[in-house]
Write a protein that binds this ligand. Sequence first.
Ligand code: UD1
Length: 400
Amino acid sequence: MDKLVIEGGVTLKGEVTISGAKNSALPIMAATILTDDACIIKGVPVLRDTNTMVKILRSLGKCVEFENGVVTVTSGKSLNHVADYKLVSTMRASFCVLGPLLGKLKKAKVSLPGGCIIGVRPVDLHLKGIKALGATIDIEGGYVVAKADKLKGNHIYLGGVYGSSVLATDNVMMAAVLAHGKTVIESAACEPEVADLAEFLIKMGAKITGHGTPIIEIEGVAHLHGCTHTVIPDRIEAGTMMLASLITHGDISIKNVAIHHLGALIDKLQEAGAALVKSDHAIRVRRKTRLKAVNLTTLPYPGFPTDMQAQMMSLMSITPGISVVTEKIYPDRFMHVAELNRMGANIQREGPHAIVSGIKELSGAPVMASDLRASACLVLAGLAAKGETAISRIYHLERG
Ligand code: UD1
């Protein structure tokens, strides 16, 4: 698809079911490298990113089937240790094959992913953790070349300038499960997707405790086996649907939601005056009264997710009052500000802050998507705007 054309002003009503989490599915698919047995992963969302991971696993020699949201991975003839630039450069999360390749083969050559529109996105924490397990790391021709005679457990502090790192925690955890002895990851990422990967590894026979907290302990084992796992629901997709309901003055019941993963967003929306009715795995979202502007700061989990910042800014752009949005994970993640302003929004960027002065109504315009979540933000803005919004570079949206 080339572009998305939205005629705004329609109230969204009805029921929607959320898919499995992309950010759980990707590292879990990578973790299948750690065993020669068959692994079955259910609830995998059908997206360009998950299809890219299928291609990467195949390029490494795995046999992969992906049908109706079920990924089945079995062993091919042999496992290749090189993850190619062409594939890794299209999706940053591909870098999480480094840990499992090193764990399984004691060698890995994985292309550096490079930066992206939301910031520089270094991999120093990934490399620090892998080195601490006893591997040597060289950078050769844009590739990370990691080798070890054997991996040895260690005590690793993995905090960085912006706090913990999701994929670095994933990578180190996947390398450590087959290492000799005990590994302690301190300042580990607590995101539910990291905990879901740990649950998958435990089903494979890994010994992990503390996942979902900042201290993860891993006792290395000699061998991992196959297993079946269903990935957790996607909290960012659920959050985006919640905002779709509010921004269109709608009434949406959202099913397959892990409500306890959405604490920070639910808190903000309640502060803004939204009416939320929660049941076991579902949430109904609508307006009770006029919404009011709220401030928000993105933080590592359980803080407000950076992956919801852009979408929340769409809602705030037409909510009366001033909202200060502070980005503490990716200080440059504000590409959507200029696009929202093209639609009439009044948003001023001041370093890692955006000051949003709510206006009455957005007006449809041609806009450009810059990254996945910024695309979702523009879709929400287009749904609420008067007239037609045409979003180009929509391939970002298709990624996730
Ligand atoms: C993951 C998510 C992404 C989300 C992000 C933050 C996946 C596939 N992607 O990305 O959707 O926006 O978490 O919640 O799960 N950093 C370093 N050094 C490193 C690694 C990261 O300084 O080695 C910095 C980053 O630049 C950023 C912060 O740490 O400022 C957090 O990034 P990180 O958690 O690593 O993001 P990803 O795991 O790449």
